[in-house]
Design a protein around this ligand. Structure first.
Ligand code: 5U1
Length: 671
């Protein structure tokens, strides 16, 4: 059928499908607000692919099917930027920031504070995107600022880069910004690389750079990259906006992802305050930032201020302390985790990395030690980012010390260790008879995202196990105040508090319970997916691997772990005992459940009377959606203490704002 001529209805359907897919891409990759399930999106995409195959004349360059198109290239062509891509001067202290503002005031002959926008400085790869009549024509790296490399075919694969602008702002327009890899995406990429014995990247920036320099754009397409716009370069056809802030808003309307943390500052104090807040937020973000950029907001003033050599006079970067440092490897311990995985842990000469003292870092596994070629006494580079455990990135100086020997037997129970064919992980196969695995499983069961038993932390678990009071999670619900208070350093009051916390945890939710079981590879999201799919515990426990594979995001490995877990007689016994000891989860009942149906809540700032997880759970139980970002679709923003940019954005959008007390009142009213 290929080559048949398309009639009008087909052409119209293709146009409609393209428009729908572009819209869904934008909602998913730019706004983080998908509005249809993945399966429905895939169906639309498949239909478009089918029609384009039948009627190739309807295929256009900006079709969502054409992100990965070009054949692998032999090399990257060098291209000249229409306007040089500048670098930034740095300020390393408040005094230097003040001097920057004073220089501006003196040059402008005006002592008033010039409004300034403050933006996170992404630790990624600067990229220039040239749009001709609203269509992406060329993408280039910064290179030396005058000439860069043409990486168009790779950048086209980044879904947050619009192939066609949603709003054509100018006949010719160059948009500049940063390509970054998310931290979570980077961790996953490195984990798969480790499992496949491939090269791992030292940090998300290197991973983004490596991904953009692929000669085969299909490889780039498989990498979790995103583009955030921060300015324009070349522009034809007159000014677009009066200020940097308005310009970013316009770029957002044209379809670009704009950093939601950008703020306007009207004094030196607010500039400093922004720095402090961003420094606090840094670890929570899913992308690396290495500081922030202050820019004079008025584009007219920017023009008057001009440039010195290769940097603008109207902008300055304020760098954060580095998150990588060198130190000495003193030794290596081997830790056995909940699932028996043995992890080598580097013991380090303590070193301050980005304001936190680091004395341990992970070496991941046996292969990683070999890849790094690291020995005891070597100088090593340590990196910490976000919530992840600090890691050894490379050897900075060889000390010629002894080699690191991986143990043959479990360091906790002496059982011979095993490494399955094709797996990088070395495991102790002893299961719950290995004290480390028993301890870790109990700790996991009581942890915050599982049964959330306040006070039952690692030290107490060790004490209770040693005293013979705890063996399986069911034993937790048999503990008595007298038994607990007889432990060393345990008073009557703490024992009573713990018993109360245990009592309160009997009422839980099914997803929490499934997560608490500690099934290999079943994290919170999978536990949620499994329970929404099967509805109740019995159905889940009886599911075959085939049935488990039908659950979204459950692959063959996870399915086999789940089936094996529930097939185990001892696991089934513990579950039975837990239920007999009074663990329960209220069944959601249709009528009371949807009091807040159709409402989208966003929680921001710190809540004082409940955790965000509790608030989220209770809102969801009443049928509300809880989203991470504010948009025009947000119904209510709940603002706790120190609420930041989400509050500002919600105010701008006219979203209803609640205090924590108002939230509690609403929850109580509907419970
Ligand atoms: N957020 C942001 N990063 N960044 C880097 N804005 C920004 N602006 C830059 C650079 C190099 O340069 C312009 C000020 C020219």
């Amino acid at each position: 059928m290929s080559g048949a001529e398309a009639g009008e209805p087909v052409a119209a359907e293709v146009e409609e499908l393209k428009a729908q897919l572009v819209e869904h891409n934008h909602r998913y990759y730019v706004l983080d607000q998908p509005s249809i399930p993945d399966a429905e999106y895939d169906q639309l995409l498949r239909r478009l692919q089918q029609l384009e195959q039948l009627y190739p004349e309807l295929k256009t360059d900006d079709s969502p099917t054409q992100r990965v198109g070009a054949e692998p290239a032999a090399a990257f062509e060098s291209v000249e930027h229409l306007l040089p891509m500048l670098s930034l001067d740095n300020a390393f202290s408040d005094e230097e920031l003040q001097a920057f503002v004073e220089r501006i005031q003196s040059r402008l002959g005006d002592t008033r504070f010039p409004d300034i926008t403050a933006e996170p400085k992404l630790d990624g790869i600067a990229v220039s995107l040239l749009y001709n009549d609203g269509k992406l024509e060329r993408a280039a790296t910064r290179g030396d600022g005058r000439r860069g490399e043409n990486i168009t075919s790779n950048v086209r694969t980044i879904e947050s880069v619009p192939l066609s602008l949603r709003k054509n702002l100018a006949p010719r327009l160059e948009v500049r910004g940063e390509v970054v890899m998310s931290r979570s995406g980077f961790e996953k990429l490195n984990q798969s690389a480790r499992e496949a014995n491939d090269k791992v990247f030292a940090n998300p920036r290197n991973a983004a750079a490596g991904s953009l320099r692929q000669l085969d754009s299909r490889v780039t397409a498989s990498r979790p990259l995103q583009f955030m716009a921060y300015s324009i370069g070349y522009l034809e056809g007159g000014e677009l906006a009066g200020s940097q802030f308005e310009l970013l808003k316009l770029l957002g309307e044209a379809g670009f992802r704009i950093n939601p943390l950008i703020e306007r500052c009207d004094s030196l104090d607010s500039c400093r305050n922004y720095y402090e807040r961003l420094l606090q937020l840094r670890d929570e973000l899913d992308y690396d930032i290495d500081g922030l950029v202050y820019k004079v907001d008025s584009l007219l003033l920017q023009q008057r201020l001009g440039f010195v050599s290769r940097a603008p006079r109207w902008a300055i970067a304020r760098k954060f302390p580095a998150q990588e440092k060198s130190t000495c490897l003193l030794g290596v311990d081997f830790q056995v985790g909940r699932t028996g995985a043995v992890t080598p842990v580097a013991r380090l000469q303590p070193v301050s990395v980005g304001g936190v003292t680091v004395s341990n870092a992970t070496l991941h596994n046996r292969d990683e030690i070999a890849r790094l070629g690291v020995r005891i006494g070597d100088g090593v580079v340590i990196r910490r980012a976000g919530d992840v455990i600090p890691q050894v990135v490379s050897v900075s100086e060889s000390g010629g010390g002894e080699e690191i020997e991986f143990p043959v037997n479990c360091p906790e129970c002496n059982t011979p260790l095993e490494q399955a064919e094709g797996e990088v992980v070395t495991r102790c196969p002893a299961g719950l008879s290995c004290p480390a695995q028993q301890r870790e499983s109990l700790e996991h069961f009581a942890s915050r995202k599982a049964l959330d038993i306040d006070g039952l932390g690692s030290k107490l678990v060790v004490q209770l196990v040693q005293a013979g009071l705890l063996r399986t999670p069911a034993d937790i619900f048999r503990l008595e105040v007298e038994q607990i208070s007889s432990l060393e350093r345990m008073g009557e009051k703490s024992a009573r508090n713990l018993c109360e916390a245990i009592e309160a945890s009997r009422k839980t939710t099914l997803p929490r319970f499934v997560y608490a079981l500690g099934i290999r590879e079943v994290g919170e999201a999978t536990a949620q997916a499994l329970t929404s799919w099967f509805g109740d515990l019995q159905q889940l426990m009886q599911a075959t691997e085939e049935q488990l594979l039908e659950v979204p995001d459950v692959g063959p490995v996870v399915a086999s772990h789940i089936a094996a877990f529930f097939a185990s007689e001892s696991n089934r016994e513990v579950i039975d005992e837990l239920l007999q000891l009074g663990l329960y989860w209220p069944q959601p009942s249709g009528t009371e459940n949807d009091a807040l149906k159709g409402q989208t809540f966003v929680l921001t700032g710190s809540l004082e009377q409940m955790t965000r997880e509790q608030a989220t759970e209770q809102l969801q139980a009443l049928g509300a959606r809880v989203s991470g970002s504010v948009s025009a679709k947000t119904s209510i923003l709940v603002a706790g203490a120190k609420a930041g940019s989400k509050l500002t954005k919600a105010e701008k959008l006219g979203v209803e704002i609640w205090t924590e007390d108002r939230l509690i009142e609403c929850l109580e009213q509907h419970q």
